[in-house]
Design a protein around this ligand. Sequence first.
Ligand code: ZN
Ligand code: ZN
Ligand code: ZN
Length: 172
Amino acid sequence: MGQSPADRLGYCGGRAGDRMSLPPAAAGSTIPVMATASHSDAHRRLQEHGLRSTRCRRAVLAVIDAAAEPMTVEQIADALAGEGFDLSTIYRNVETFERHGLLNRLDMGDDVRRYCGCDGHHHHIRCLRCGRIDKVDVCLIEQMEGAIEQELGYKIVNHALVFTGLCRKCRR
Ligand SMILES: [Zn+2]
Ligand SMILES: [Zn+2]
Ligand SMILES: [Zn+2]
């Protein structure tokens, strides 16, 4: 991979409100992304999903919520460097969150596994040149699902769709 983790960050402005952008992680620096408000929000969401509210789980959720960008587990761990969490614990918690629908795993077609915490059904588009990722709120595929269900007799539960292209800056 020729890209640094920061190059792979994109934007995913899903949950409106207290999002802020996450500065690129510099080795050894602690990123002040954790607001007390989002920690209590994380606590509430964990309880809603019947999950034990541990310090690591609250911190992981708070980082993703504050980031406004899909993140890799490594980037989450970087943002929490200095908190004393085990990388494998962070991995396990991210997987638990994915199973409970607290996070979405994104496959952007580039073999990098990212997670976003945005609400509601949406897709993403990745710039092939700079790696920026934006959220795509429009989805017309849902209209196709009825036709597919009728034609093939399936009950559709999900679909995945990835867009790639050149962003505004790169297409110039
Ligand atoms: Zn998203
Ligand atoms: Zn671009
Ligand atoms: Zn869709």
